[in-house]
Design a protein around this ligand. Sequence first.
Ligand SMILES: [Zn+2]
Length: 214
Amino acid sequence: MTKITHHLTEDLLMGYSAGTLPEAVNLIVATHISLCDACRASLDAYDAVGGVLLERHSHEVSEACLAGALDMIRKGETSATPAPRRGCDLVPAPLADYVGKGLSDVKWRPVGMGVKQAILETSPEATARLLYIPAGTAVPDHSHNGLELTLVLQGAFEDAEGRFARGDIEIADDDLEHMPVADISQDCICLAVTDAPLRFKGLLPRLAQPFLKI
Ligand SMILES: [Zn+2]
């Protein structure tokens, strides 16, 4: 397994721990954590802080409420969350619920130049999509109105920020203009999350934007 060199920010780890992130951002953070021991360790530290805060702010629960809850558990009436689906080699567990059995199930839509995407169903504050970038292909130069997070699942890409391979996450904000180019050796598959429309520089990509839905 290749070593992960591009990690989550403190803000994202904290937001994930606090449960305040939009669903799409939550998904990409959870997927990175499932691949990255370093970020999982940092998350444990934040969760411990949250635990201490909870203890300090403990509220009294009425006897009746407690008895009712215990009763429900005994009768098996709690809304049991289904066991997380097991991920395959390429699709880590947190992503498996959104993708189906595997990448072969994904309904890709072509967005030009051989690039394909599949938008995943999440709450609307941020958008999650899978991107399929054929080996050696460049994604049009673009900048962002908000945050763009890109996690590599297969292959690798390179831009001004460096080289990103499986497990690496790129965090691009308003200021960054970049043109990711996929490695020549293998098609690149990424999970990408945006919280605002991308702004493309060139005219053609801008015309294509309504079709890309980004
Ligand atoms: Zn990490």
